[in-house]
Design a protein around this ligand. Structure first.
Ligand SMILES: Nc1ncnc2c1ncn2[C@@H]1O[C@H](COP(=O)(O)OP(=O)(O)O)[C@@H](O)[C@H]1O
Ligand SMILES: [Mg+2]
Length: 252
């Protein structure tokens, strides 16, 4: 573990044709903190998320994770470094049982490192699966096909899948999107309980209230660029943020 922030983004940019979807964005995420990126629809949040997680390559800028330059590294390399992501678009195997979704993800714990023999590796993975089923309260659904779960349960399973390989940072893109009020509150509590010494969280989110309650640090994006950053209350009171974000939100 290196000193300093767990994640450091500097001058990150990506263009889609003439559109500057992410335009020279810089910020740090501190260890053990919940850092949130907010902004109106189209602000560039998911593009930023995709740049950090390695799904797309930046046209300029740099991403440092735990003191290491990981700019442009593919998602599987990012996961090997300890950075996991959960998508806005669901990425479960719907036709497989919950347990199997988790087992496939937990295999990553042992894969690539080549230290464990197959039998020992599968024991480690199965132990991790049991832990996750309990931790995410999926006992009753463990043998059900992922496609048959409720929306809220699927989002919970997605987060469990993302955590299977014991990452040090979790990237979440709108984890409560499309959820009922009850599921949203439950997810909020879960995210809060996950953050700590072992896990830092970067949350990309449209829902301002969720972010204000949950985050240690907020980065506001607008039209691809960083508009403001700071503690939640300070950001909420910022005049430029009020105009660009809350103004838009009020008319949405
Ligand atoms: N792959 C892509 N190709 C072209 N334009 C894109 C692509 N992905 C996103 N965009 C555009 O980039 C802008 C930012 O999108 P996005 O990052 O999804 O914003 P947000 O997540 O904040 O809603 C939008 O105008 C969107 O239409
Ligand atoms: Mg988005």
């Amino acid at each position: 573990m290196s000193p300093g922030p767990i994640l450091s983004v500097r001058g990150l940019s990506v263009r889609f044709g003439a559109l500057r979807a992410v335009d020279d964005v810089s910020f740090d995420a501190q260890r053990g903190h919940i850092t949130a990126v907010i902004g109106p629809n189209g602000a560039g949040k998911s593009s930023l998320f995709n740049l950090i997680s390695g799904a797309i390559r930046p046209s300029a800028g740099r991403v440092e994770f735990d003191g290491r330059d990981v700019t442009g590294a593919r998602p599987d390399r990012m996961l090997a470094h300890g950075l996991a992501r959960s998508f806005q678009i669901t990425n479960l195997f719907f036709e497989l049982p919950v347990r199997e979704n988790l087992r496939l993800a937990a295999q990553f714990l042992c894969g690539g490192r080549g230290l464990l023999r197959p039998v020992a590796a599968s024991r480690v993975a199965l132990q991790r699966v049991d832990e996750l089923i309990e931790r995410f309260r999926l006992q009753a659904q463990a043998d059900a096909l992922a496609g048959t779960l409720s929306h809220g349960e699927q989002r919970r399973l997605e987060i469990a899948v993302a955590l299977a390989a014991r990452p040090r940072m979790l990237l979440l893109d709108e984890p409560t999107q499309g959820m009922s009020h009850a599921d949203t509150q439950e997810t909020e509590a879960m995210i809060r309980s996950l953050a700590g010494d072992q896990l830092s969280i970067l949350l990309v989110e449209h829902d301002v209230d969720l972010v204000m309650n949950l985050s240690d640090h907020v980065v506001v994006m607008h039209q691809g660029a960083k508009l403001a950053e700071g503690p939640p209350q300070q950001v909420r009171a910022d005049a430029a943020v009020q105009a660009a974000y809350f103004g838009d939100a009020a008319h949405a």
